[in-house]
Design a protein around this ligand. Structure first.
Ligand code: NOJ
Length: 747
């Protein structure tokens, strides 16, 4: 057989295989839908509404058992004892009329027992494969207790560091967020959600929650639909299309309509445009909260608006169980609407395989902390660490005695970060423990000084300074306690809390070299602190193995390779702050800063451009920024063509060389700018990235496919278009570097 025939046969075989698999899936789906039809046809209205009711666990209380037996509850949150899970499931499967299994759900946000870095830290790895692995481990651990549904990933775009929930996000950029979301969804769900050790993922919070006004949680949002579609919705759309099993509403209202009552979002866009057939769950109490929002008059009205807007499950509002039956008999909600909601829930239970395998396998219950899981957590913590500055002090070489100080240097609870409900803090390895394990206690003189991040105790500072005098190098590990970020934990002043800056200043005054490590739930305004330190590593709360990661990096056994997923401000007031802003008609230039303004200077003396008198313009450290112990040189960018049609593709290439002394990883980032648009386009947009590891002296060429269809945007009448014109393209190590190269999109 000649080569051509062979290729034809392979192509035909692949086509046959694809068709056959497609046929089997379609037949399977049809069979499931038929089984769902059969169940729905036997259900009373009360049983249907039961499937739409989600409540938090109460163990095996009499009330809960009664509800399960009567089929008036469909899913339970926060039950993590596999024996309790199995007992409750037994009542559902054996003692309820239709034997419909329950789903057990939990916020498994960045690991279950083995805690990984908070999601913002995971995004800082720019390593989707590693993030996927973390999600897989979380799913395996959680599923071993019976949890088969996690409320993760959060894919809200976060451009305001004041918002405590930026900790749970992948940061400011839609493309990076989308890549992280896809990695997590696949990690949780695997290829087949019915397999053991998987969990249904949940893309939340639908939608625009990250834009909560003034960075205050739950706050209102007002977002033109073009912006919504270009920035806030793409990660959700990608999640829906990747088969993310569930979505969750957000707490905020969008343009005056709360998400839980928002038919445009939930029905027109999610179900209609994206063809989504998964489950949409409300957020905790968010159906009831449409009353204080001023959108619903009472709980009955809220139940009606939630159901009408397509919210399948009512989490903890009790609106559906209390009012849907009456609403149906009043003709206010059609029973066919209820049937569709129930269908979505039953489909999820089938997808999870719960009708066939409802119970936790007790032989494999409570399996946590496998050595490879702990190693994955350590590796993720290392890769999430962002080296902001290094004057050559790191890695520490030849330092005989380290003075280890600061509130986060031995704090098992706080290094885990927000949303660590299942943390067993004794399992956390702190920097103190990890450093002393390698160097011995005699070489690590330890005195926290300040014992928690908000501590202002001057005596503590004196103690830290006293031990620092006996050391060769000072390592201060500070930051924010876990409770200062996360849901409903917003801050206006996003600086280092307590007297940490004073402590750093006093330590610096000893004349010893100082390494500053910050563990935080958000980007912080720490320009002065970075200036004082000889080297600074920034970590978003790094989880169980955070201390091990710190020790490896300090001692040169690992090289930091994290890159910022959110811009770091110079000052707290610089919010929202994001690299892909639009230009004003007077972009910042010739800035005269506050201390340089002459007395009684004239109104226009500072120039009339767009900047702050005290903070200048732009981030202290831009999106995508992060140093390494090594250095990298980016060669010129080349394009496979200088222009392409509106459905075309070009390949952009760049050779990157490790010019330093350490084997290390670098994240090559592809940015694009559409120079002139019928609607103004952002000054830069991330369109691709690749993390590569290079030995000293080694070069690798990255190749990015740039498709015209990915460079489009929405017009005011909400059509997605690709506009012909001139574009700039960069391949660089962060969003503020690189030299642009030009290409055109032609008609
Ligand atoms: C409220 C939070 O907004 C949401 O993210 C979480 O999943 C639910 N509570 C359930 O705990």
């Amino acid at each position: 057989m000649n080569e051509r025939n062979m290729t034809q046969r392979v192509v035909l075989f692949c086509l046959f295989l694809t068709l056959a698999i497609g046929y089997i899936i379609a037949a399977d789906n049809a069979a499931v839908e038929q089984r769902i039809d059969a169940i729905i046809s036997q259900m009373t209205l009360q049983e249907k509404i039961g499937q739409l009711n989600q409540q938090t666990g109460q163990g095996t209380s009499e009330g809960m058992i009664k509800q399960i037996k009567s089929g008036t509850i469909g899913s339970i949150l926060n039950e993590t004892d596999p024996e309790v899970v199995n007992r409750l499931q037994h009542y559902a499967v054996e003692n309820s009329r239709l034997h419909i299994p329950l789903i057990f759900a939990r916020d498994v946000i960045h690991g279950f027992r083995t805690i990984f870095p908070i999601p913002l830290g995971q995004a800082a790895t720019w390593n989707p494969a590693l993030v996927e692995e973390g999600a897989r481990i979380a799913a395996r651990e959680a599923a071993s207790t019976g949890i088969r549904w996690t409320f993760s990933p959060m894919v809200d775009i976060s451009r305001d560091a004041r918002w405590g929930r930026c900790a749970e996000s992948s940061g400011e950029d839609p493309y990076l967020t989308e890549q992280m979301a896809l990695a997590m969804i696949h990690g949780y769900q695997g290829d087949d959600l019915s397999q053991p050790g998987t969990m249904a993922a949940c893309a939340k919070h639908f939608a625009c929650y990250g834009a909560s006004e003034s960075g205050k949680d739950y706050n209102t949002t007002w977002i033109p639909e073009v912006l919504m579609r270009d920035v806030y919705l793409p990660p959700f759309e990608a999640a829906a299309k990747a088969g993310c099993a569930t979505f969750m509403c957000s707490f905020n209202d969008i343009n005056g309509v709360p998400s839980s009552g928002n038919s445009h979002l939930n029905r027109d866009i999610l179900r209609g445009e994206w063809g989504y057939n998964g489950v949409l769950v409300s957020d905790w109490g968010s159906i009831q909260q449409m009353i204080p929002h001023g959108f619903c008059s009472d709980l009955k009205d809220a139940a009606m608006k939630g159901a009408t807007a397509g919210v399948d499950i009512d989490m903890e509002s009790y609106a559906y169980v209390q009012h849907l039956e009456q609403l149906v008999s009043d003709g206010k909600v059609a029973e066919t609407v209820i049937d569709e909601m129930v269908r979505n829930v039953l489909r999820l239970k089938f997808r999870l395989g719960l009708f066939d395998n409802p119970y936790v396998d007790m032989k494999h219950a409570n399996e946590f902390y496998a050595p490879e899981s702990l190693e994955a957590a350590a590796k993720t913590a290392v890769e999430s660490a962002i080296l902001l500055k290094n004057n050559g002090l790191l890695p520490l070489r030849g330092a005989k005695k380290i003075a280890l100080v600061g509130p986060m240097s031995n704090d098992k609870h706080n290094q885990a970060g927000t949303w660590s409900f299942d943390l067993e803090k004794e399992r956390c390895v702190t920097p103190y423990e990890a450093l002393t394990a390698v160097l011995g206690k005699e070489n690590v003189i330890f005195e926290e000084g300040l014992t928690y991040s908000r501590d202002k105790n001057a005596e503590g500072i004196d103690k830290a300074v006293a031990i620092a005098r006996d050391a060769d190098v000072i390592v201060m590990i500070g930051g924010e306690e876990a409770v200062l970020s996360g849901e409903a934990h917003c801050r206006v002043n996003t600086t280092l809390p307590g007297a940490q800056t004073e402590m750093l200043r006093a330590l610096k005054a000893t004349g010893k070299p100082v390494v500053l490590i910050v563990m935080s739930g958000r980007p912080l305004a720490i320009v002065d602190e970075v200036e004082m330190a000889d080297a600074t590593i920034f970590m978003f709360h790094p989880g169980t193995m955070g201390g091990e990661a710190v020790a490896r990096m300090l001692l040169g056994k690992a090289v930091p390779s994290g890159k910022l997923p959110m811009s770091m401000p110079r000052m707290s007031g610089q919010t929202p702050l994001y690299y892909s802003h639009k230009n004003t008609g007077r972009p910042a230039s010739d800035m005269v800063l506050i201390d340089d303004i002459a007395l009684e200077a004239g109104q226009t003396s500072t120039g009339c451009t767009s900047y702050y008198l005290d903070a200048g313009d732009g981030a202290a450290f831009p999106f995508g920024y992060g140093l390494s112990y090594s250095t990298f040189e980016y060669g010129p960018v080349t394009l496979s063509a200088d222009n392409m049609g509106t459905d075309g593709e070009i390949i952009a290439s760049c050779t990157i060389t490790n010019t330093g002394k350490y084997e290390a990883a670098e994240v090559a980032q592809l940015y694009v700018r559409d120079l002139v648009g019928s609607l103004i386009r952002p000054v830069k947009e991330l369109k691709g990235f690749e993390k590569l590891t290079l030995r000293p002296g080694e070069s690798k060429t990255v190749k990015f496919s740039v498709k015209a269809c990915d460079l489009g945007f929405h017009t005011l009448d909400l059509k997605k278009i690709v506009e012909p014109g001139e574009f700039h393209l960069w391949i660089a190590g962060d969003s503020a570097s690189g030299t642009p190269i030009t290409f055109n999109i032609t008609e």
